[in-house]
Design a binder for this molecule. Structure first.
Ligand code: KG4
Ligand code: ZN
Length: 365
């Protein structure tokens, strides 16, 4: 009989400090018993981006509170936990170290097994937590720190079909907002402005569409936007509300078109593996964007694939996905010792070449 597992997860790889308890009984779908997330947006807002040192200190200060609250919300003590899972990379190294040290302390004090989890695997396995889907499936991670297409074959087996060679899309939304004086995080504010704008007025590039494959690039969009903004300011002395909305709409349309075409290509590559019931899942904060979500759904539908978008609180950074990935690793026999290290880079697909560039989360994974 398959053992019931209750795992405490910790996440601290970027600007969210999180702890969660997830339980899986036998072969059934796992249940999130608690999920506590403390965002750090306020701490970083004055600096226009995540400051690694501030993030690491805030994680170190907040993690123990998060753990206590996650256990309380799950109505458990550490005696009811079977293992401790922690994000061991990739991410901002000071934050990842805070989490790993906290998890080691808990493991040393209780004797509970320690399981290091790849943050990207946490995102990539979330559709199994939320929808119980079987391997293989195609995954698109789109957030402020990541953008990649992955085929998930197993809890620790992923093939990367492509990814961004520079900025992640969320990063591009955030930079666009900054260039236009809109509030952070940029995604929701740019999306709100874009609703009022004309996407045809400004012609943004569609980066890398002229090249085969699924790699993406978003940094050119920000440069294009800056030029357009500066030209309007030079001609008219400033931006009107309509100018701003039209720039947002044009930028968002370029992101949507690019993701649509690259997703079509990723699905074609995935279908070559010939799964009988193709499933495409998305994760990451950018999946909150209605225009992006809609186009991805349309593309999947046209290709005859099922589209899965986990609820937003499990799409963005959280510790439930880390606890769940820990359950999958634990069932596969994985255990880590006190030599578990925090890793700034940790590609999911070790056979793919490393991604270039560095984003909100540090070096691209
Ligand atoms: O997954 P997430 O919470 O954190 C990581 O970056 O890992 O994603 C946050 C990113 C931010 O860059 C934010 O601007 C973007 O997701 N985002 C959006 C929207 N909501 C959040 N981007 C576009 N449209 C949105 N509605
Ligand atoms: Zn993430």
């Amino acid at each position: 009989m398959v053992q019931t597992l209750t795992v405490l997860g910790l996440e601290s790889s970027c600007d969210d400090t999180a702890a969660a308890v997830v339980r899986q009984t036998g072969g059934t779908r796992a249940e999130v018993l608690s999920s506590i997330v403390y965002g750090q947006t306020d701490l970083h807002s004055a600096f226009g981006g995540v400051v690694p040192e501030i993030a690491a200190r805030a994680h170190a200060e907040k993690l123990d509170t998060c753990v206590v609250q996650a256990l309380e919300a799950a109505n458990l003590t550490l005696a009811g936990i079977d293992a401790i899972a922690v994000t061991a990379g990739p991410g901002l190294i000071g934050g990842v170290m805070s989490g790993v040290m906290c998890a080691k302390g808990l493991s040393a004090a209780t004797g509970l097994p320690l399981i290091g989890v790849n943050h990207l695997a946490g995102h990539a396995l979330t559709p199994r937590l939320t929808d119980g889907i079987a391997f293989p499936y195609l995954m698109l991670l789109v957030s402020g720190g990541h953008c990649q297409y992955l085929i998930a074959h197993g809890p620790e087996k992923f093939t990367r079909l492509g990814g961004t060679i520079d900025d992640a899309p969320g990063e591009a939304f955030d930079k666009t907002a900054r260039l236009l004086g809109l509030p952070q995080p940029g995604g929701p504010s740019v999306e709100a402005e874009a609703r009022l704008g004309d996407p045809e007025r400004f012609r943004f590039p569609r980066p890398l569409l002229d090249r085969p494959g699924c790699d993406l690039s978003f940094s050119g969009l920000k440069t294009a936007l800056m030029r357009m903004r500066d030209q309007i300011v030079a001609e008219k002395g400033g931006l009107t509300r309509q100018d701003r909305a039209d720039l947002c709409a044009g930028f968002q349309r370029a992101v949507v078109d690019t993701l649509a075409e690259k997703t079509r290509r990723a699905i074609d590559q995935y279908l070559e593996l010939a799964p009988s019931d193709p499933v495409i899942a998305v994760a990451g904060g950018v999946a909150a964007n209605t225009a992006i979500r809609t186009v991805l759904e349309t593309v999947c539908c046209a290709k005859g694939a099922r589209f899965i978008a986990p609820p937003l609180n499990l799409c963005t950074d959280n510790a439930a996905m880390i606890a769940y990935a820990g359950i999958e690793r634990f069932r596969a026999g994985a255990r880590d010792g006190f030599d578990l290290t925090a890793r700034p880079r940790w590609p999911l697909d070790q056979s793919s070449p490393a991604m270039l560039g560095s984003g909100k989360k540090g070096a691209k994974a």
